[in-house]
Design a protein around this ligand. Structure first.
Ligand SMILES: *Cc1c(COP(=O)(O)O)cnc(C)c1O
Length: 422
């Protein structure tokens, strides 16, 4: 089975890193550094890997917008038939701006505000994935005021350990997400009794960067037992939303291909006559993007070197936030002795690093390196910390390239601020 490592279009040709059919160096010459570069073909391939794998049953893929919310990426996925999994009013705004139809949008999150609920009801989204009793009542109230019926699923917490990083695990009892599965039935009864609520689904999402199919199987089995219980109460579930969370290869992980996931899940789902919803984020965009950065300086440290580059934790927060590993490769392969180095940014924090104690070939100022697998939770988590303008984003398609987000300027940094003398 094809693994994710080979599933992208960044590769060397004669010792030079290419994004599809363009040398990365040329893109940097044109757009500057640091730069996020995405591969069109990779995005299409990853989306289709899901879509084709679940072809034999009614299904809808709702791409998780928070992984990478660039309008052009949303537009591309939407054009392939993707819906959207959103977690805020802002994401709803983006998704619909990019042309994703509201009837393909599902909305999760523990803290939806009244304004956001109002906005989503007016847009007519497919369903709210509701995370508490109070939220359910709030949605009922807002829908009543608008004379609408709100379609909902309850987000069930199946108490399954996905064996991933604690910060990106969401389906255990101690987490803030969803409704404990033991309390699901009473919540569904309540939902059914509310005048402006239309109960249509069950939702679960147990975490991210999950590298085995087993937790998905275990969680699905628990949820299907619930669906049967609901039937007895005359609550008929039409949408079974199993969330996202499939992992990718950053280092040596061996996550299942969507086809393998489908092979495990489809036999359990046959004859269920529900529409299956999947919410992949990372596994669609993660390996479809890289962050390219230039070496500014190098200096010796204690037992290692520091390679100081022009990208920082504000551009890619995952190493700092989770201690996450990203492969780092030179844009031009060189034959030099290896060193052990911390690859760090210019930000005034000791936690500002892209890699720690990494074995790499000696680098010189001015040379370019690529941080691999940076397409998911990269740009979307970026900030202006240290008053650093956020970087540009480019999409490559064969020999063509498109600027899909301009590099910010100093002016952008102070937009909305007021110079008040107090
Ligand atoms: C974050 C999230 C996803 C996407 O997770 P990935 O690991 O990126 O696939 C899907 N559904 C919900 C509810 C989420 O919060």
């Amino acid at each position: 089975m094809q693994k994710y490592l080979s599933m992208h279009f960044f590769r060397y040709i004669q010792n030079e890193l290419y994004a599809e059919d363009i040398p990365v160096r040329e893109l940097i010459n044109e757009y500057g550094s640091p730069l996020y570069i995405y591969s069109y073909k990779t995005l299409v391939r990853h989306f289709k890997a899901y879509d084709d794998s679940f072809d034999s049953i009614p299904h809808l893929i709702c791409y998780a917008v928070k992984a990478n919310s660039n309008l052009s990426i949303l537009r591309l996925l939407g054009s392939l038939g993707s819906g959207a999994d959103i977690v805020s009013g802002g994401e709803l705004y983006r998704a619909t701006k990019a042309g994703i139809r509201p009837s393909r949008i599902v909305y999760a999150g523990v803290g939806k505000t009244e304004e956001e609920i109002d906005f989503a009801l007016k847009k007519g989204i497919l369903m709210f994935n509701v995370e508490s009793e109070q939220e359910l009542k709030k949605i009922d109230e807002v829908a009543g005021r608008l004379s609408k019926r709100a379609r909902i699923a309850l987000r069930i917490n199946p108490d399954i350990d996905p064996e991933t990083h604690p910060y990106i695990s969401t389906g255990l009892k101690e987490h803030k997400f969803g409704i404990p599965i033991e309390e699901a039935l009473e919540h569904y009864r309540l939902a059914k009794s509310l005048k402006n609520i239309d109960v249509v689904g069950v939702h679960k999402h147990i975490g991210s960067q999950i590298t085995s199919a087993q937790p998905f199987v275990d969680a699905l089995k628990r949820v299907l037992i619930l669906v049967e219980e609901l039937k007895k109460e005359d609550i008929n579930i039409r949408y079974l939303d199993i969330g996202g969370g499939l992992g990718i290869q950053y280092e040596s992980e061996k996550p299942p291909h969507p086809k393998e996931l489908a092979k495990r899940l489809l036999p359990i789902l046959r004859d269920s006559r529900m529409t299956l919803i999947l919410e992949p984020g990372r596994s669609i965009v993660g390996n479809a993007g890289i962050l390219v950065t230039r070496v500014l300086y190098t200096k010796p440290g204690l037992g290692k070197e520091f390679v100081i580059v022009d990208a920082a934790m504000n551009d890619l927060m995952r190493p700092t936030l989770y201690g996450a590993y990203h492969r780092i490769v030179p844009v031009k392969k060189v034959r030099r002795k290896g060193i052990i180095a911390d690859i760090v940014g210019p930000i005034c924090e000791s936690g500002d690093f892209l890699a720690r104690e990494r074995e790499i070939p000696q680098l010189k100022p001015g040379e370019l390196i690529a941080v691999m697998s940076a397409g998911a939770y990269g740009f979307s988590m970026s900030s202006n910390y240290n008053s650093r303008p956020r970087v540009a984003e480019v999409m490559v398609k064969g020999k063509e390239h498109y600027l899909i987000r301009e590099r910010e300027t100093y002016k952008d940094l102070i937009r909305g601020e007021r110079l008040v003398e107090v």
